[in-house]
Design a protein around this ligand. Structure first.
Ligand code: TYD
Length: 208
């Protein structure tokens, strides 16, 4: 495909939303043709699946159902939004993708990486990102930055122990998959933003 597919990953409170906003500003200033989208969601049907997944009342949802719904939302979003944009030569920036399922459902829920990878391989027929940016900050530090707020949707409500497992999952994935680039987030949001932009320049996604 002609475009370039970049995905962002990280734990809750890792600053993904902030970094995506900063990046969008820079891309706008540089006149880059891009779309910014998110998972789960990013297209009308996938957004409806998102509502079911994240609905705090759905406490009876089993882990397998959760993993399958994420994959269902993913393939719909991919076909409706991501692939057409890539075919049109655009840069696609996506907030979360398959590595979220491997870290959250595979590692933290305990379904196992193979089970979750198989579901996604079946659903997606292989559409890997060209680059994955992993905002590397521990959940302890992230929770601290969020001032300990842990209320929210069904996944956010799961507490620190769950999110530590997610983080361990990401670290394990980052060791094994070379397309994952961990970005150290210990500096200010602007320093982190500069590191991401530098990576974009190095990869030839934008001009320096
Ligand atoms: P969202 O509010 O978008 O969270 P964030 O801003 O942290 O990205 O909600 C998405 C939630 O879904 C988030 O808790 C991570 C979780 N998730 C999975 O568990 N598996 C997945 O495959 C994806 C895409 C997200």
């Amino acid at each position: 495909m002609k475009g370039f597919f970049v995905t962002f990953e990280g734990c809750e409170g890792s600053g993904k939303s902030t970094q995506l906003k900063l990046l969008a500003q820079k891309l706008d200033e540089a006149g880059v043709d891009y779309i910014l989208t998110r998972e789960p969601g990013g297209s009308p049907i996938a957004e409806r699946i998102r509502e079911i997944i994240l609905d705090g009342r759905n406490t009876a949802m089993c882990d397998e159902c959760e993993a399958l719904l994420y994959a269902a939302a993913r393939v719909q979003h991919l076909k409706e939004r991501v692939i057409p944009a890539l075919e049109a030569g655009k840069l696609v920036i996506c907030d979360r993708y398959v590595y979220s399922s491997l870290a959250y459902q595979g590692y933290a829920r305990g379904l196992g990486e193979d089970y979750v990878a198989d579901i996604n391989a079946f659903a997606l027929k292989n559409c890997p990102p060209d680059l994955t940016i992993f905002l590397n900050i521990s959940p302890e530090d992230a929770f601290e930055r969020k001032h300990g707020a842990d209320e929210g949707d069904r996944i956010e409500q799961l507490g620190l122990a769950f999110h530590k497992k997610v983080y361990e999952g990401y670290l394990a994935l980052a060791r094994r998959y070379p397309d994952i680039c961990p970005i150290d987030c210990s500096g200010t949001k602007y320093e982190t933003g500069d590191k991401i932009w530098q990576l974009f320049v190095e990869r030839g996604i934008v001009k320096g």
